[in-house]
Design a binder for this molecule. Structure first.
Ligand SMILES: Cc1cc2nc3c(=O)[nH]c(=O)nc-3n(C[C@H](O)[C@H](O)[C@H](O)COP(=O)(O)OP(=O)(O)OC[C@H]3O[C@@H](n4cnc5c(N)ncnc54)[C@H](O)[C@@H]3O)c2cc1C
Length: 660
């Protein structure tokens, strides 16, 4: 049911049609310029989505609609309405953030919403084909446990979260003969469910329904929320932990063996189980351009290894990997470690977010969680009795679970690292079809360690029309539509920064995670500026005729061949990093429950167990002492592999997991 009054709903429709209006333009064969947001039901969808937005975002959007109504928005001309939105976006308070959010939602839905045939009428102009029709390359092999009313389960180990870390730990511990229950907040989706549609994928597979801004509006966060977590939606770039990071973690944080051959064994083990290969890394056209640019500049370009099954890999469909892999080639934890655990008797309980960890006399005794089934509407309390509890909810949610449970000490939620990422787009004359081929089959590692072991990697992202629409600068409606019309000519580069500074995760009064992050550390600011310059030079060397920064604001930097590149770089470096300036992204969240020897600055000891609570272990990216500066999946898994062995050593074996 709508939360809006009739007037607010009318204002919403008018606002959406101001952001994406009908623009007279000839020729306009496909009716692309004539089409406005409400022609594709965008306002109705936003109205429907309102109920699922976090409280603060919902409230600020409704306040914005009220503010617009009070300015006679409904009776104003289109130009005047644009002026009102523009004026409010420069005002103080919550209005600029709310306008950004509304704009972003409107354009992503306008370019992403499919009709009943899985197509969006704008795609023909963009040159984007939409989903490829192919038969799913696998079946739904796992059957998650569904409780019949309130239930207590017993196990040696309860693992909360089934992503890169939790999945590996479940597989290894069940192999060691321990009984395992895995609680996962998201649902179970597999090849037959992956329809290669962006908006549906965000809703089914992603944390909070897709790209979500930090509370301060600085960074857009992407994380998995489904059985398999980030490993189901990620881009399969498999990088080993850099030596300098391993040495730092051993030297400064006491992680014994990290720099030596014993950690190599953990890396090798996950590498092998994930079928990591370099034989599925054919470069797509944007990556070919990137490689050519790097060669011209004399920069190092390196092919990427990927966790992909060569037998089912297809170049044509690898570009949809962020929406789940319909071919079944991606070796997520669902296809590997969770499956191993399941076959050995582990219970996988999906749609079952853990609420708190139960502790008695400083020892873990279990977990309390709430199961629900969206299809039947049934729900139940699920309690797991276990002497070992692994916290592996990802670095955004693991600290929230500890904070709700009142354990973990003063460092819980601190030291959030995000690898904050800037994006730039180069436009070429040729059709680049960026939606085809593996998103990251090669990268530029020239600047990975340029100051004190910190620097950045330049990579190419996976994206289709909705993310592109919200990532591109919005100067005015006509300019935005014109940019989208050139979608097929775009090569997007991202610079993934190894951050030294950090943000934090806290909880609101309902226990929900609240994320704050600002790029303010001087080394990070310096490296971000270098990353911006490097991206611009790389696009120019790659032959782009035009370069754009993914930034907000009236003067989002742009360049055309023939203009001064140095002026573009200087202008781009003046744009603030975060809200109102560069649109920063993060698909790598780390460090919020980190390992270390000092209980004031870390949450877990160097083997992953909480300093002050026996039997609670940190098993995901939140255990990282620092950012790695590389795409983190392989490191999370190898660290999880190491932690699993420590848990096994601390646990006597018993029977399989049972309902008590
Ligand atoms: C779009 C995208 C692309 C990426 N590409 C790459 C790549 O190519 N290479 C790479 O190395 N890395 C990549 N990453 C990053 C990588 O996938 C993540 O860093 C990794 O999955 C994080 O592992 P994790 O175990 O910390 O958490 P996750 O894998 O996020 O798993 C955490 C799980 O816990 C669940 N959960 C949360 N709260 C609760 C709760 N209260 N109770 C129960 N369950 C809960 C979540 O639903 C989730 O399934 C990418 C990430 C994204 C989002």
């Amino acid at each position: 049911m709508s939360e809006l009054t009739d007037t607010e709903r009318e204002v919403l429709t008018t606002a959406c049609d101001t952001i994406v209006p009908s623009i007279p333009c000839t020729p306009d064969d496909d009716g692309f310029f004539a089409r406005k947001a409400s022609d594709l039901w965008v306002p109705q969808v936003i109205d429907y989505l309102l109920a699922g937005l976090p409280e603060d975002q919902r409230a600020s959007l409704i306040t914005l609609l009220e503010a617009l109504a009070s300015r006679d928005f409904l009776n104003a001309s289109t130009r005047f309405r644009e002026g009102i939105l523009h004026e409010l976006s420069l005002s103080g308070g919550d209005a600029p953030g709310a306008i950004d959010a509304l704009r972003s939602l409107t354009v992503s839905l306008f370019y992403g919403l499919p009709d009943e045939h899985g197509q969006n009428p704008n795609w023909s102009t963009l040159g984007y084909p939409g989903p490829m029709t192919l038969r799913p390359g696998g079946e739904k092999l796992l059957v998650p446990y569904a409780p019949d009313g309130d239930t207590t389960l017993e196990a040696d180990v309860c693992i909360v979260g089934s992503g890169a870390g939790g999945g590996v730990i479940a597989g290894v511990l069940s192999e060691q003969g321990l009984s395992v229950v895995v609680l996962e907040a998201g649902g179970y989706f597999a090849e037959p469910d992956f329809d290669q549609l962006e908006i549906a994928a965000y809703r089914n597979l992603y944390w909070r329904g897709g790209p979500t801004l930090t509370a301060d509006g600085n960074v857009s966060l992407l994380a998995g929320c489904c059985l398999g977590g980030g490993t189901v939606v990620n881009w399969t770039n498999s990088l080993r932990t850099p030596t300098r990071v391993r040495e730092q973690w051993e030297r400064e944080f006491g992680l014994e063996g990290l720099a030596g051959p014993s950690f190599d064994e953990h890396l090798d083990a996950v590498w092998q189980r994930l079928s990591v290969t370099d034989r599925c890394s054919e470069l797509n056209r944007p990556q070919q351009r990137m490689k050519a640019g790097a060669e011209q500049l004399g920069w190092s370009f390196k092919p990427v290894h990927r966790n992909t099954d060569e037998r089912s890999y297809s170049f044509e469909t690898a570009g949809y990997l962020g929406f789940g892999d319909r071919t079944g080639a991606k070796q997520s934890t669902v296809k590997t470690y969770l499956r191993d655990a399941y076959e050995r008797g582990a219970l996988l309980v999906t749609r079952c977010p853990a609420e708190r960890i139960l502790v008695e006399r400083d020892r873990a005794v279990g977990v309390e969680s709430a199961w629900f089934d969206p299809e039947s509407g049934r729900c139940a309390q699920v309690r797991v009795r276990a002497a070992q509890v692994v916290v592996a909810c990802g670095a955004l949610e693991s600290p929230a679970l500890l904070l709700r449970s009142g354990i973990g000490g003063p460092a819980v939620g601190q030291y959030l690292r995000l690898h904050p990422t800037t994006a730039t787009v180069g436009y070429h004359d040729e059709d680049l079809e960026a939606w085809m081929g593996a998103p990251q089959a090669g990268l530029v590692d020239e600047h990975e360690s340029i100051e004190h072991g910190h620097g950045f990697l330049i990579e190419t992202p996976q994206y289709t029309t909705a993310l592109a629409a919200s990532g591109l600068p919005y100067i005015d409606a006509h300019a935005h539509k014109s940019l989208m019309a050139s979608f097929r000519h775009a090569a997007t580069f991202i610079a993934v920064l190894r951050d030294r500074g950090h943000g934090r995760v806290t909880v609101d009064h309902d226990g929900n995670a609240v994320v704050h992050y600002e790029v303010s550390d001087e080394l990070d600011v310096r490296n971000a500026q270098r990353a911006i310059a490097a991206q611009a030079r790389l696009h120019a060397a790659a032959g782009a005729g035009r370069i754009l920064a993914a930034a907000d604001g009236d003067d989002a930097p742009a360049w055309r061949r023939g203009e001064s590149l140095e002026e573009l770089i200087a202008a781009a470096q003046r744009v603030p990093l975060g809200a109102g300036g560069w649109k920063l992204f993060s698909a790598h969240q780390m460090g919020t429950c980190r390992m270390g020897t000092d209980a004031r600055t870390s949450v877990a000891d160097p083997w992953g167990q909480l300093h002050h609570v026996t039997g609670v272990w940190i098993g995901d990216a939140s255990a990282f002492p620092t950012a790695t500066g590389t795409n983190p999946m392989i490191t999370i898994m190898a660290l999880g592999h190491r932690t699993a062995q420590a848990i096994a050593a601390a646990t006597p074996r018993s029977a399989r997991a049972t309902a008590a």
